[in-house]
Design a protein around this ligand. Structure first.
Ligand SMILES: [Zn+2]
Length: 133
């Protein structure tokens, strides 16, 4: 696609120079900061500076939204959830509980994350655990 804008600066005035068709002629119109449409022409120039076409911009937007959803999912998974206590296994010296998200049995000596749903587990202190069981 033909580029329509370029930056103009002659030391006295500066702005976005925009190609326009007037009948058969093509002219260049300078949009300076004080002119109506300056902000829009700056946006058009910024878009042209990317070198991307509209479909590429839409594809980047879709990928960005997809990555944001993945990050939100990982953040949620990485937020610690408190294990529901079952008891203490004295033969191995470890605490045993249940993952509050998926009800899988977990052990503190093995599981910082749930083996089933992958969420981060919070075990609390031993004293707290002994009071609850
Ligand atoms: Zn789980």
């Amino acid at each position: 696609m033909e580029r329509l804008t370029e930056w103009y600066d002659n030391g006295i005035s500066e702005g976005v120079l925009v190609k326009e068709k007037r009948g058969e002629k093509e002219i260049k119109v300078l949009f300076e900061e004080i002119d109506d449409g300056y902000i829009e022409m700056c946006a058009l120039k910024a878009y042209e500076d990317t070198g991307l076409d509209p479909e590429q911009i839409r594809q980047i937007d879709r990928l960005y939204a997809e990555k944001c959803r993945e990050v939100a999912k990982l953040r949620q998974r990485d937020t610690p959830v408190k294990v529901k206590p079952i008891g203490i296994n004295h033969s191995i010296g470890g605490r045993v509980g249940v993952c509050p998200k998926c009800d899988v049995i977990v052990c503190d000596y093995m599981d910082r994350f749930c083996r089933e749903c992958g969420c981060r587990l919070e075990w609390g202190s031993w004293e707290e655990w002994e009071e609850l069981t």
